[in-house]
Ligand binder design. Structure first.
Ligand code: DGL
Length: 269
């Protein structure tokens, strides 16, 4: 029987972008094994309704439970915004959404409590960041903005292109004038654009929710006495996707330098 602490962490996303979270988890927690699920057959989540995202997320958690994970990290900001409360009620294991970690990190960093968040249309429309922020700090103020073109730019590898710089400027220049001192990168793909965003917003502190969630995962594993001590040898990362693995494998290199095992898996619906 596998000891609880030696079981893998389950991570899921709508597609490949959640590998930014896997990368941060690997840096922070080198002894942890990871099972990742990318819902490539149904991506993008960023413009889908709450009920649809809740249903998809539930199916994925059920799949990860069969892989005997000890905890779930929702790498997808859209799924975290729309489904985390539902999943926490439905399943017993620890479940961490990326927005919780991002909000906490932003509150540690802000000087004036005026915080910005950028994300997909569904994340921004859900109001989840605002609700959580105000629950944790009633004097805080949130300015949000959806940036729907960022995901395709990243997935097409256009990280350093001039067009990307122009679109980043178009979406974000208001943050140089609206008093926000800290901006949460509230989407799996945005940490890849961190350098371009920082160039456009030189005086704003950027919160990379991928590294914030890795920090919080470490805390939860220690608190629940679930942290692995590495006595099982090398770390293993197994990725499962709901569509053919080819594109995922190719795009994975934008987010993650290591070679990873990728297989197709069917979800029970
Ligand atoms: N993973 C999604 C998120 O973080 C972005 C991609 C999508 O729209 O599915 O919100």
């Amino acid at each position: 029987m596998i000891l609880e602490k030696n079981k893998p962490i389950g991570v899921f996303d709508s597609g490949v972008g959640g590998l930014t979270v896997v990368k941060s988890l690997c840096e922070k927690l080198p002894y942890e094994n990871i099972v990742y699920f990318g819902d490539t057959a149904r991506v993008p989540y960023g413009n889908k309704s709450r009920n649809t995202i809740k249903r998809f997320s539930e199916e994925i958690v059920a799949f990860l439970l069969k892989k005997k994970v000890k905890m779930i990290v929702i790498a997808c900001n859209t799924a975290s915004s729309l489904a985390v409360d539902h999943l926490k009620k439905k399943f017993k294991l620890p479940i961490l959404g990326v927005i919780e970690a991002g909000v906490e990190e932003a509150l540690i960093n802000t000087g004036n409590k005026k915080i910005g968040v950028i994300g997909t249309n569904s994340t921004v429309k859900s109001g989840a960041y605002e609700r959580l922020l105000l629950r944790k700090e009633s004097k805080a103020c949130l300015v949000s903005r959806s940036c729907p073109l960022f995901v395709p730019l990243v997935e097409n590898g256009m990280i350093r292109d001039r067009i990307t710089q122009l679109i980043v400027e178009r979406y974000l220049r208001e943050f140089n004038k609206n008093g926000v001192d800290t901006l949460i990168l509230g989407c799996t793909h945005y940490p890849v654009l961190k350098k371009v965003i920082q160039k456009v917003l030189p005086n704003v502190t950027l919160i990379d929710s991928a590294s914030a969630v890795a920090k919080k995962t470490e805390f939860i594993l220690k608190e629940k006495k679930l942290a692995s001590n590495g006595d099982r040898g090398f770390r293993v990362i197994n990725c499962f996707v709901s569509d053919a693995p080819g594109d995922f494998k190719r795009n994975a290199r934008i987010f993650f330098a290591e070679d990873i095992n990728v297989s197709k898996a069917m979800l029970e619906q």
